[in-house]
Design a binder for this molecule. Structure first.
Ligand code: SF4
Length: 355
């Protein structure tokens, strides 16, 4: 089992190498603690941080932890976990292949390259759909629409692209993002699946722990209370910026919009908030909000985790509670739980009373 397979376990060649080694997953989950621990870590880190954690040096452990992680996700059988897990695996792969490609460019060394662009394109049958040009790439519109379907941001909309001769121009960075989407789709497509009884029994403790982690994050619970005083510091700051009419970068806009949607605000209410912005465009704001809320997309987006917020510079004014939670939603839920019911006046009602 090669390092490449462990680094990119979703590749067909990695799956084949596991098959060729005649690995019996039932025996692995019963006898190989290292593999099971790493698999559980993959899922927990995916859930909490949007990545898959530190890889093990031993290629066998690292590679086998991938099919076992998929088994765990299947056994938990929660849509939100499947989505988060697939996104995290794809994000990790993206970090790795962008690093691999940079290595090739800077060091001109084929040996240091884990995966090249051609191999990735071939993996997803995209060789003939992507054409290199002098100033970037052109992607067949059909392939583009499939790959960009779940990407948030105006720049991915076909109307904002110089479509010509059935091809969409993209730059290098955008092509890599589309490849990340291809990986995410492959990972998500096959999940969840039926797991044989013997394997399920051996993994009961791990499945229980993942269910607990999901419950702690409470991503599946319905919240319908908007009390900005109890918002996490990051979301308070972003909401302030929105209300001051400041222009937010995409990632910040996504963060506050998905947060407000997750705590029960409807599209009209969110769109109203953005009206103060001098460059407000109702149609675009409504489109983006509907997309995030899952009205016009296959996915109802969750707000980013604290780790992601930090990486984008959106984590500001951290307080004590921030040290104990992995997610802005967990922060808000904790504050709601701790608050006196009498103090929970919903902002939407207060605004309606003022009007
Ligand atoms: S730690 Fe998390 S909840 Fe706190 S400010 Fe940063 S991103 Fe927000």
């Amino acid at each position: 089992m090669q390092r490449l397979h462990a680094r990119y376990p979703f590749l067909e060649v990695a799956r084949e190498s596991v098959a060729a080694a005649a690995v019996d997953l039932a025996a692995v989950v019963e006898q190989d603690r290292d593999v099971v621990d790493r698999a559980a870590e993959r899922v927990h880190t995916a859930l909490e941080d949007g990545h898959t954690g530190e890889p093990r040096l031993d290629a066998r452990t690292e590679l086998l932890s991938y099919p076992v992680a998929r088994v765990l996700v299947s056994l938990v059988d929660e849509r939100v976990l499947v989505r988060r897990y697939a996104r995290a695996e794809a994000a990790t792969a993206y970090d790795r292949f962008t690093a691999d490609l940079a290595d090739t460019t800077e060091l001109k060394s084929v040996e240091t390259t884990g995966l090249d662009r051609e191999t990735l394109l071939a993996e997803f049958d995209l060789e003939s759909a992507v054409r290199e040009t002098d100033d970037g790439y052109r992607v067949d519109v059909g392939a583009y629409l499939t790959l960009a379907a779940d990407l948030w941001g105006d720049e991915w909309r076909l109307v904002n692209r110089a479509l010509a001769d059935g091809e969409v121009p993209v730059d290098e960075g955008e092509l890599l993002e589309l490849l990340r989407e291809a990986i995410r789709e492959r990972i998500e497509d096959g999940l969840p699946f039926e797991v044989p009884e013997a394997i399920a029994t051996a993994l009961e403790a791990e499945v229980e722990a993942i269910r607990d982690a999901l419950a702690d994050l409470d991503l599946t619970r319905e919240i319908d209370t908007v009390v900005p005083d109890l918002f996490p510091p990051c979301m308070k700051a972003l909401l302030d910026d929105v209300q001051k009419g400041e222009h937010l970068p995409h990632h910040s806009r996504f963060a506050i919009t998905s947060f407000l949607a997750s705590i029960g605000m409807g599209t009209d209410e969110i769109v109203d908030l953005y009206r103060v912005n001098s460059s407000f465009g109702e149609e675009m704001t409504r489109y983006q909000t509907d997309h995030i809320r899952g009205e016009t997309s296959p996915t109802e987006y969750s707000p980013p985790s604290c780790a992601t917020m930090q990486s984008y510079g959106d984590c500001v004014n951290k307080d004590d509670l921030c040290e104990r939670i992995p997610h802005p939603m967990a922060y808000y839920e904790r504050r709601l739980d701790d608050a006196d019911d009498d103090d929970l006046e919903d902002w939407r009602e207060a605004r309606a009373d003022d009007d």
